[in-house]
Design a protein around this ligand. Structure first.
Ligand SMILES: [Ca+2]
Ligand SMILES: [Ca+2]
Length: 310
């Protein structure tokens, strides 16, 4: 296959053109089938996926460009320097989340895997080492909006987050399997940084949910470290969760328009997609939907942008 045609913007982000087209969005896999594929998971987890159904036809009516990679620390830094924008975690003084090896989830009120919020954590410091080429995390949905708005203004091209439908369409890249690499969780080994044996060494209590291989990364990986999907996009599964533009609606798929769905008109939480370096393979499926308040900043959540064609 010919390599995808790509172009680069003023912050060094690479974009590839995603064709217009149709796909089947969502999943209606039965709990029995999931239990067979993910035997170590408690069965009740397979009963909490109603928002992935029904599978429905979606038509993306216009080609668009999508970031080949998640937005990196270096790109985000250059944006802040050029624009003067102050990210939410610094502006509101409450900070973000971070990895602290001496932190014990069991002793915290939330039972969370990470400590926070704390002022010492932000996009600059998630508690683990990141180079300029790693995906930026600890950024809010509003931070993503600010980056897209600034790029739109300075470049005269419209940037934005992908819609949830655009994201899943681009992730699948023509596939109908759980991952663009196939149905088997182990197929992620070539294409994704997820919760593997390297991460499990730091969270041994969850080792049963780790993929059996070593992917080389206990935390985030430099973007593009793994093979791309058929449309040239890297890290659609894993590395950092990616904010999309849509509000989350539990029953949205039952009445979603076919053409270019934009999500519910209003809501309380914004969708994020694809899973992260810390995410169990089950939750990195192409159809899996997770969400947060748009003010959330977290060690696992970053972004990828869309640039509209002129
Ligand atoms: Ca990993
Ligand atoms: Ca990702």
């Amino acid at each position: 296959m010919a390599p995808p045609e790509r172009s680069t913007n003023s912050l060094g982000m690479h974009f590839v053109t995603i064709p217009a087209g149709e796909f089947m969005m969502g999943s209606d896999e039965r709990p029995d089938a999931l239990a067979q594929a993910y035997p170590q998971y408690p069965r009740e987890r397979f009963l909490l996926l109603a928002d992935e159904a029904p599978v429905h036809r979606v038509r993306i009516t216009r080609a668009f460009q999508m970031g080949q990679h998640e937005v990196t620390v270096g790109q985000f830094r250059r944006f802040l320097l050029a624009s003067g924008y102050v990210p939410d975690a610094e502006r509101d003084g409450t900070g973000g989340y971070g990895y602290n090896p001496s932190y014990d989830p069991a002793s915290s009120a939330r039972g969370d895997a990470f400590e926070g919020r704390q002022r010492r954590y932000s996009w600059r410091n998630p508690g683990f080492t990141q180079s300029e080429e790693h995906p930026v995390v600890n950024v809010t949905w509003h931070d993503a909006q600010a980056l897209a708005a600034w790029l739109s203004q300075t470049e005269g091209r419209r940037y934005r987050l992908p819609t949830e439908a655009e994201w899943e369409y681009a992730c699948r890249a023509g596939s109908r399997t759980r991952y663009h690499s196939g149905d088997a969780p182990e197929s992620l080994a070539q294409v994704a940084n997820v919760f593997d044996q390297d991460s499990a060494s730091l969270w041994p209590q969850w080792r049963a949910f780790a993929l059996p291989h070593h992917d080389g990364f206990s935390f985030t990986a430099p973007v593009g470290s793994f093979a791309p999907n058929a449309w040239g996009l890297h890290d659609m599964h894993g590395n950092a969760w990616e904010w999309v533009s849509d509000w989350h609606g539990d029953d949205y798929y039952a009445h979603s328009p076919v053409e270019d769905p934009q999500g519910p008109a209003e809501g309380g939480v914004k969708v994020r997609r694809g899973g992260s370096w810390h995410t169990w393979s089950f939750y990195a499926r192409a159809s899996y939907r997770n969400w947060n308040d748009p003010d959330t900043r977290y060690t696992l959540v970053g972004m990828r942008l869309v640039r509209e064609l002129p």
